[in-house]
Design a protein around this ligand. Structure first.
Ligand code: HEM
Length: 445
């Protein structure tokens, strides 16, 4: 085995056997920030295994745009294969390219417009049912609403109702497991015999439930204007490929895994930033009063609330994903440094979004930096909340639509007051950190 390149500095604080794993898992955001000044590539250890963190936009682009060599996600595939076997996030190379073409029609703008009708309806019923002057946790509410919106837009047909209920009941637990398993080193994961059996059993049941709905959609061959119809009906014009039932189950579970936690976390941070910045809240209220009034929120509001859009973009900058990882498939050369086959390559949009080389006063939450006449001042290459290149998030428009409608529905009707005794902390259990909790009391506006 080749020795680690001596020209790549190692982050301080490595503990024998554990490496930097404990600090990375407990204080992920502070840990990645501490690497920025060490060098463009910094070696860290996850247990005994070295990983290389890229701290500059140029190097992240080399990797993400395919200029540094080939990469794969076999570690992740092995960790989550009971639930998700062959979905786009674990495929690489040509099969990945083809899969991305196959799922693209389900998340294109005309479809998103149809999902916005469903999302607006759900957001309106949700906000109307919230209790006044009682303590509640807005983070629980964000999860509940986002899960409902994503599940409902995946399959809307009446005969999918039972499966949808199963998904809604089991997905929160399953997603927690997917995230935990992806973070644990393989030897430790394999020791968790009881947890592994439970994960396999529940995954098999969920796959079977969703599989029955997929088979029924295929038999019916109707367009229900949802994600599943688009996946079942699409034929790739270049190759004539159609997705198999198992591949569709994979992609549906992946959309839940990649979409629910991330969207709910960013939604939670949007609400948190509105609550802790009174001037921003006042500006947003003025916009909502002008365009939404007493409601209900309409699908057209997705593109009609420019200030809210700026607040969301700034939240995506401030609280964007903190970690992305892939494995070198053969030797790779990044910024002139050659790293061996099997090297784990990591980068952090969060780190770039908080680097003053790219964003002046990065610790200031400032939606005005996204004002149309100022946005040209931002280096477009440093805008990374949805990643770049072949793995750019296919659900970005879906996420923006959901966050806009949910926030408009909450803030046009309610004034949330946060519990002054509670200090919100980032919990980095997923690739997007979540607000720990958001305890509030709601007053009608
Ligand atoms: C605010 C919410 C979201 C954020 C910040 C986000 C961000 C990202 C990022 C950064 C990646 C690339 C990850 C990597 O390569 O390491 C990604 C991938 C992905 N996202 Fe999202 N996402 C969000 C919501 C969604 C939604 C709602 C969906 C689906 C409806 C979705 C589906 C996916 C899928 C399928 C991938 C895998 C793509 C691939 O590997 O080719 N995401 N997302």
């Amino acid at each position: 085995m080749r020795q680690p390149d001596p020209n790549v500095p190692t982050a301080p604080g490595r503990i024998p056997l554990l490496g930097h794993s404990v600090v990375a898992l407990r204080h992920g955001l502070d840990f990645v920030m501490s690497l920025a000044e060490i060098g463009p590539i910094v070696r860290i250890y996850l247990g005994p295994r070295p990983a290389y963190v890229l701290t500059s936009v140029d190097l992240i682009r080399e990797v993400s745009l395919g200029e540094a060599g080939e990469f794969h996600r076999e570690d992740l595939r092995e960790a989550i294969q009971d639930a998700i076997r062959d979905a786009s996030n674990v495929l690489s190379g040509k099969p990945h390219e083809l899969r991305r073409r196959m799922i693209a029609p389900a998340l294109r703008q005309p479809r998103i417009n149809a999902y916005a009708v469903v999302a607006a309806d759900l957001a309106n019923s949700w906000t109307a049912a919230l209790p006044a002057r009682q303590r509640l946790d807005l983070m629980d509410e964000a999860h509940r609403l986002v899960l409902d919106i994503i599940c409902t837009t995946l399959f809307t047909a009446e005969f999918g109702a039972d499966a949808k209920r199963e998904v809604q009941q089991n997905i929160p637990w399953l997603l927690g497991q997917v995230v935990q398993r992806a973070a644990l080193p393989r030897p430790i994961r394999r020791l968790r015999l009881f947890a592994n059996r439970r994960f396999a059993r529940k995954s098999a049941r969920l796959r079977a439930d969703i599989g029955r709905v997929v088979a029924e959609y295929r038999r019916t061959d109707r367009d229900f204007h949802d994600v599943l119809s688009a996946l079942v009906r699409h034929t790739d014009p270049e190759t004539g490929t159609r997705l198999s039932d198992a591949e569709i189950v994979d992609e549906l579970i992946l959309m839940l895994a990649a979409g629910v936690g991330s969207t709910a976390s960013i939604l939670g941070w949007v609400w948190h930033e509105i609550m802790r910045n009174p001037e921003i809240a006042a500006e947003l209220r003025r916009e909502l009063d002008d365009f939404v009034g007493a409601g209900p929120v309409q699908p057209e509001h997705v593109t009609a609330l420019p200030y809210l859009h700026q607040v969301i973009l700034e939240t995506l900058r401030f609280w964007g994903p903190w970690v992305s990882a892939q494995t070198a498939d053969g030797e790779v050369t990044i910024g002139g440094t050659t790293l061996p086959d099997g090297s784990l390559i990591v980068f952090s949009p969060y780190l770039i979004h908080h680097d003053q080389h790219y964003y002046p006063a990065p610790e200031k939450f400032d939606p005005d930096r996204w004002f149309p006449s100022r946005v040209a001042e931002i280096d477009q290459k440093a805008i990374l909340p949805f990643g770049i290149g072949a793995r750019h998030c296919p659900g970005s428009s879906f996420a923006l639509m959901t966050i806009t409608l949910a926030t408009a529905a909450l803030c046009s009707r309610w004034e949330p007051t946060p519990d002054p005794a509670y200090r919100v902390k980032p919990a980095n259990r997923d690739f997007v950190a979540a607000p720990s909790r958001l305890p509030v009391v709601l007053s009608p506006r």
